[in-house]
Structure formats: C-alpha cells, structure tokens
Design a protein around this ligand. Structure first.
Ligand code: PRP
Ligand code: URA
Length: 208
C-alpha cells in the first residue's frame, strides 16, 4: 500500500504539540526533527539485510548489515531542512540531494529554483522530506526530477498531508510510498492544510 499514516503514540503526541500556535520556534524545530526521525524508522522497516560477521570479544560473531541500495535524503527547501537532521540521525551515511521549490502563493504552482542531486541515483533509495504535502505540486515536481535523474525507488516522508495532495501524488506516481504523521481534513481557500501546522517554513526558520 503506498500510503502509510503512522499512528505511533509518540508521533501523535509530538505532532499534537506542534499544532499549538504559541509553540516557540525552538520547540517546533526540535519536534520536526524528532518526528522526522520517527518517520524514518517506520519508512526503513523493510530495508533488506544480509548476513555479516564481526570479530567480537569472544571470537567471530554472525551479525547482519544493511544490504542493497544506498540512501539519498532529499529535503525540499526550505522547510524540508527542518526534518533533515532527524533522518540523518538514523541513517548517518546517507548522501543529501537538495531540491529548492517554492509554491506561488496565488496560483499554488510549484516553481523549481534549485537542483543539486548526488550521483548514482539509479542505485539509491530516495527519501524525500518535506513537512507539508498540500496540493502535491511540490512533491510531484521533486519526484519528476528524481525520476528524470534515474531514481527508481522513492519514498516521501511528510509530517502532515492533505487528501487531495496524496491523491495527486499517488495518481501520478503509484510506485512512490508516502509516510505521514497525519492525514488532515483538507485545504483552505489559500491552499493551507487544515488544521495543519500553518506555514511550516516560517515556523522552522522563524520568518514572519
Ligand atoms: C511549502 C511546503 C511544501 C509545499 C507544499 O513550501 O514546505 O514544500 O509548500 O505545498 P504543495 O503541496 O501545495 O506544493 P513553500 O513553497 O511554502 O516554501 P518554503 O519551504 O520555502 O517555505
Ligand atoms: N505549505 C505550508 O507550509 N503549509 C501548508 O499548510 C501548506 C503549504
């Protein structure tokens, strides 16, 4: 199934705190990283392992290690930066591909202004991170450019998602899995997720 709403108690609790309008920038930022790490844990549950051996204190020990594809984390600027360290806290060896996308506030169209991708994308699992999946325009633009660069396995990690955005992404890219802390009610007339978190970029960077 390509949509996973992760209803873990820690995620539910932390996201609930993030919805408070009076939360400090510092706390919002910390919680975005923490929920980002918890979503990473869930999104990596089925990564393949292979047998491995290490020299332990009492001789050779049969262990396991991650096998298969290497990972690239893909934060969508700006707000995706707010989850990046959370992902890297669990997958510290991942390479980071940065994509800059801004949503036009009137048309809600996604405009790509930066693309800095790592190499060998055809051999990597891409974990896209962005706190908000609203109309889905920014996510689809990111998936499109990753696929054009050769990426074959893509998972999206978002804090909050609107049903219309989920439908749009999965209609265009049924092979992509979405992991979210919450599927919210919908969008308001300005394209903001309701109840959502407000403007995630502003809350993470302290702008406005
Ligand atoms: C926000 C958010 C997503 C996008 C979601 O970014 O972080 O990238 O909007 O909206 P969509 O699903 O309708 O495309 P924004 O464009 O506000 O830029 P910012 O991260 O720089 O604040
Ligand atoms: N971008 C945000 O930061 N918040 C929303 O609710 C929608 C898009």
């Amino acid at each position: 199934m390509p949509l996973y709403e992760i209803r873990h108690p820690l995620i539910r609790h932390k996201l609930g705190v993030m919805r408070r309008a009076d939360l400090s920038t510092k706390s919002f930022r910390e919680l975005a990283q923490e929920v980002g790490a918890l979503l990473t844990y869930e999104a990596s549950k089925d990564l393949p392992l292979e047998p491995h051996e290490v020299e332990g204190w009492c001789g050779t020990v049969r262990t396991e290690k991650l096998a298969g594809k290497k990972v690239t984390v893909v934060p969508i600027l700006r707000a995706g930066i707010g989850m990046l360290d959370g992902v890297l806290s669990l997958i510290p060896g991942a390479r980071v591909s940065v994509v800059g996308i801004a949503r036009n506030e009137e048309t809600l169209e996604a405009h790509t202004y930066l693309e800095r991708l790592v190499g060998e994308l055809d051999q990597r699992l891409a974990l896209i991170v962005d706190p908000m999946l609203a109309t889905g325009g920014s996510m689809n633009a990111t998936i499109d450019l990753l696929k054009r660069a050769g990426c074959k396995e893509i998972r999206a990690l978002v804090l909050v998602a609107a049903p219309v955005g989920i439908e749009r992404v999965l209609a265009a890219h049924p092979d992509v899995s979405i992991y979210t802390a919450s599927v919210d009610d919908g969008l308001n007339e300005h394209g903001y997720i309701m109840p959502g978190l407000g403007d995630a970029g502003d809350r993470i960077f302290g702008t406005k």
